[in-house]
Design a protein around this ligand. Structure first.
Ligand SMILES: Nc1nc2c(c(=O)[nH]1)N[C@H]1C(S)=C(S)[C@@H](COP(=O)(O)OP(=O)(O)OC[C@H]3O[C@@H](n4cnc5c(=O)[nH]c(N)nc54)[C@H](O)[C@@H]3O)O[C@H]1N2
Ligand SMILES: Nc1nc2c(c(=O)[nH]1)N[C@H]1C(S)=C(S)[C@@H](COP(=O)(O)OP(=O)(O)OC[C@H]3O[C@@H](n4cnc5c(=O)[nH]c(N)nc54)[C@H](O)[C@@H]3O)O[C@H]1N2
Ligand code: SF4
Ligand SMILES: [Mo]
Length: 699
């Protein structure tokens, strides 16, 4: 037992970032995972993905060597030297032929803050391409855009998760946290034990909805009408807090006018949610001293996601809740570093510190820190779905570097993305495991994973925490940071990449963020190690961090929140005679996103081996399905054959599939690539489909 070393770190998966203690023995050959009771977020709890995460470290499926696709079309093992030389040479060649923007970079909310920062700097300084964006665009970008517009800042939860326990009413809007973040349940349990109320809005009666006091089971894609209807009732029932509106906000009059037309009868007609339920909901929010509205991907992953979240914020402002203790609005961010990943400059329109690439002052500040002329920084580039749509086209991206996303599985209308990848001059992927995207790559670079590296993550609360190395990576594996610096050297810009270790990169990003909206300048590894985590903004070394925002002021220059009028519009695609049902997508507890990591864990893969289509018994009967069987789901974009789970916990007009699988089982072969006009978020949560019984199931 003498060789046992214990390391405190955090889970490789979601934004809750449960605390873990890893005990490694036999020189890292065996790693035992235990929940860390010292974590103020998870307090020792984890979900099944966390408990089994150690299997990722021992996986035989691990990518161990660089590979380059040879003339025969096969990926063959290469040395780092030759793989990096070849990649740099191919990127340079594409830029000579097609211009700098011919190279695209696709990042991720799975990357540490250091990696996200360096990826953005690499794109702007070493490649000088405008085209960098990331999978967070598919995640919380609608909530982020709405929070920026209304509140002046985008921090998913502007308070610690423990505040949930103190709220009297919590409205969980389109998050299925029982499956997607189980340990957060301890705060909901406390809330309930204190006599609190939970309301859930979801077209399915999910595990989360089953725990609720009230369930709003709306037609998919109609959340905005429900939210307008709630504010309408708040006005007509005299629940608006005018004193708060006067003191802390601007814009209520226009918003009040915008909800006049949303009387309960009309809301019920459009959404299926009854007047009584709307009334109970708005009173439960308004009458409680402390009430919260928390949104998940349900209402956000829509072509009107931004307006829907603006309507949520309008409602909570009108009720006078935002900035009051244990009250307000929050977005439950998804990926491990979904929060930090959107702050350090891997977004198409952004520079580090949540600065804007089109703001002259922001460009000057960052260019000076990087030692380059501001004019050399590119402008705003294509967003994620737009970049993927442009692959291999005239004026589009011709070579793509992907770090931390399985774009073929995760993107809407994914067959088109696969076609685009096939048209590229060069696809390079950095990953620890193979996946549908890696399989299509010309150059595969194997990188370190969570417990093999140091860094920082920013969890769903805006708490910056440490990721710590517990075991050595396989000998020929390098970190993402190493790879980016080695490429920068080859592209002739290595002198701008002096900071190369995680801590040195963190210190640089913290310094560059000074004065930005996401200010990390007071944070150091030493302080994180001493405190266990610090909430940004933290503008100087003596600052203790900011667990709660908006107590006195909002982040707009005048300190006031903006109520922004919005108009309801239907989903981009509606059921019709040819495609008569709604199709929606989401998550299961056992798998994570595109499934690339969780399929490597035998217990998880075995417990959920394939995606099942959830279908109501009435709809099953209507299409002639007797018992469980196979059905063909067809949309305007593609066709997928699913096995079913016949289940009354879904609306009769809607079918649901998880999106964790690739190949012919990919839910995204069906989804609609329609985008929100502001956030450019795809409509993952609503499209129209036909459902028929598969030949083999017919009797
Ligand atoms: N087990 C597991 N946990 C995860 C992840 C994972 O892949 N697996 N991923 C992480 C990430 S990246 C994220 S973003 C989070 C996401 O966490 P959640 O937001 O909980 O995830 P989803 O299951 O995508 O969507 C939530 C709910 O939206 C509902 N929904 C569908 N259409 C609509 C609609 O029109 N309106 C409303 N109101 N609801 C609708 C679905 O029925 C679903 O129950 O989870 C994180 N945690
Ligand atoms: N239909 C439908 N589609 C969806 C969604 C939905 O609800 N419905 N949700 C969307 C959402 S919210 C999200 S977040 C996306 C997520 O989907 P993806 O973007 O595909 O993300 P993951 O599957 O989590 O991870 C992809 C890869 O990143 C690798 N990886 C992890 N950490 C690192 C790292 O540090 N460095 C490098 N180089 N690689 C790393 C993993 O090994 C994995 O292979 O899917 C989106 N797509
Ligand atoms: S809830 Fe999220 S962070 Fe916690 S163990 Fe599960 S996947 Fe990991
Ligand atoms: Mo996500």
């Amino acid at each position: 037992m003498l060789d046992v070393a214990e390391t405190a770190t955090h889970c490789p998966y979601c934004a809750l970032q449960c605390g873990m203690r890893l005990a490694s023995s036999g020189n890292g050959r065996r790693v035992d995972v235990a929940g860390d009771v010292a974590s103020p977020v998870s307090r020792g709890q984890m979900c099944v993905k966390g408990w089994t995460a150690g299997d990722l470290l021992a996986s035989a499926e691990r990518l161990r060597y660089p590979r380059v696709r040879g003339a025969n079309g096969q990926l063959r093992r290469a040395t780092w030297q030759s793989a990096l030389d070849e990649l740099a040479e191919r990127l340079a060649r594409v830029q000579t032929r097609f211009g700098n923007d011919g190279v695209g970079v696709f990042g991720s909310g799975a990357l540490t803050n250091e990696k996200a920062y360096l990826l953005g700097k690499f794109a702007r300084v070493a490649l000088r391409t405008a085209n960098i964006d990331y999978n967070g665009r598919f995640c919380m970008s609608s909530a982020a855009a709405a929070a920026n517009a209304a509140l002046g800042i985008d921090r998913g939860l502007p308070f610690p998760v423990s505040d949930i326990a103190q709220a009297d009413t919590v409205l969980v809007w389109g998050s299925n946290w029982v499956q997607s973040m189980p340990p957060i349940g301890q705060w909901f349990d406390e809330q309930r034990a204190r006599g609190g109320t939970m309301i859930v809005a979801d077209p399915r009666r999910t595990a989360t909805a089953r725990r609720a006091d009230l369930h709003l089971q709306m037609v998919p894609g109609t959340d905005l009408a429900v939210a307008q209807g709630l504010l309408h009732l708040a006005v007509t029932d005299g629940l608006v807090d005018f004193d708060y509106l006067d003191r802390r906000t601007v814009g209520f009059d226009d918003v009040r006018r915008s909800v006049l037309a949303w009387a309960p009868d009309r809301v019920e007609q459009v959404t299926g949610v009854a007047r009584r339920v709307l009334q109970q909901t708005v009173h439960a929010l308004a009458d409680a001293p402390a009430s919260l509205l928390l949104s998940g991907r349900g209402p956000e992953q829509q072509s009107k996601g931004v307006d829907t979240v603006l309507a949520f914020i309008n409602l909570m402002l009108a009720l006078g809740k935002i900035g009051r203790p244990s009250s307000g609005y929050g977005c439950l961010t998804g990926q491990g570093n979904g929060q930090g990943g959107r702050e350090h400059g891997q977004k198409a329109d952004q520079l580090p510190g949540y600065r804007l690439i089109e703001d002259a002052g922001d460009r000057e500040a960052v260019a000076a820190a990087w030692g380059v002329p501001a004019a050399s920084l590119p402008g705003r580039g294509l967003t994620a779905a737009e970049m993927l749509g442009s692959l291999g086209t005239d004026h589009g991206v011709r070579a793509l570097l992907v770090a931390g996303s399985n774009v073929v599985v995760a993107s809407p209308d994914s067959a088109k993305v696969a076609e685009g990848l096939a048209r590229l001059e060069c696809l390079a992927v950095l990953d620890a495991f193979s996946n549908d995207t890696v399989e299509r790559a010309d150059i595969v670079l194997p990188v370190t994973q969570w417990a093999e590296e140091d860094g920082t993550m920013t969890n769903l609360e805006g708490r910056v925490i440490r990721r710590r190395r517990a075991v050595a990576p396989p000998p020929e594996v390098r970190s993402d940071l190493d790879v980016l610096c080695a490429l920068a050297d080859r592209l002739g810009h290595g002198d701008r990449f002096g900071a190369r270790s995680p801590e040195a990169v963190f210190d640089e990003l913290a310094a560059v963020s000074a004065g930005g909206r996401a200010d990390y300048s007071g944070i150091t590894y030493e302080r994180l190690d001493a405190t266990g985590g610090i909430f940004w903004p933290c503008p100087d070394r003596a600052h203790l961090g900011t667990p709660r925002l908006f107590g006195d002021r909002f982040a707009h220059p005048d300190g006031r929140a903006r109520l922004v009028p919005v108009r309801y519009r239907p989903a981009a695609e509606h059921p019709d005679a040819r495609y008569p049902y709604y199709f929606t997508t989401g998550r299961l507890m056992e798998h994570y996103n595109s499934g690339a990591q969780t399929r490597m864990v035998p217990r998880l893969a075995a417990s959920r081996p394939e995606p099942l289509l959830q279908i109501h018994p009435q709809l099953a009967r209507c299409i002639g399905l007797a018992g469980e069987g196979r059905v063909v789901v067809e949309s305007r974009r593609g066709t997928v054959t699913f096995s079913t789970v016949v289940d009354p916990d879904i609306r009769t007009d809607t079918v649901f599939a998880p999106f964790h699988w690739g190949g012919r089982q990919a839910a995204n072969l069906l989804t609609n690539p329609a985008l929100d006009p502001t956030s450019r978020m795809p409509e993952f949560k609503v499209c129209a489909v036909q459902v028929t019984v598969a030949e083999a199931t017919r009797c």
